[in-house]
Design a protein. Structure first.
Length: 156
């Protein structure tokens, strides 16, 4: 009898642990809202501007530059992935346009991961323009969401 109770308690503990792990995975893989997407884009743009200022002042060694660009590219890759997933979930072409801009910016910045080179300032300014375009599209999406909510409220 004690063995049976122990087995049931063990199975219950395994089930509870599994549910906790699934809950944590769901929270980790949660897609950002439109407002969170805009905040992440603005944060990334600020990090890029900081890197541009540091690169202009020649305060970075090649290794520091490599680390910072690698970190920026990783964050941009994650942001592009989340944006693609969000566009597929919502079937929204404007968000897909943001994802295309992010992927294009990533491709433009990737060659400079290995070190400073010719034309890095033009690449930085081009990437900055693409990110600001993405932020502008996100602002339009937020306005669209606000209008939709107000129309929905009026219809109710």
């Amino acid at each position: 009898m004690n063995k049976l109770i122990f087995e049931y308690c063990f199975y219950a503990a395994v089930i509870i642990l599994g549910l906790l792990i699934l809950g944590l995975m769901k929270r980790k893989n949660k897609l950002p809202s439109h407002q969170e997407l805009k905040a992440k884009l603005e944060s990334w743009a600020e990090k890029l501007k900081t890197l541009m200022r540091e690169e202009e002042s020649s305060a970075l060694t090649n290794f520091d530059f490599y680390k910072k660009v690698s970190k920026l590219l990783y964050r941009l890759d994650k942001l592009a992935y989340d944006t693609v997933q969000l566009a597929e979930k919502e079937r929204d072409m404007e968000i897909a346009g943001i994802a295309a801009l992010l992927e294009s910016a990533q491709k433009e910045l990737a060659p400079y991961k290995t070190g400073k080179g010719e034309g890095i300032q033009s690449a930085f300014s081009s990437v900055e323009a693409k990110i600001s375009d993405a932020i502008a599209i996100t602002e339009q999406i937020l306005l669209r969401d606000k209008e939709y909510k107000s129309r929905k409220k009026q219809d109710s």
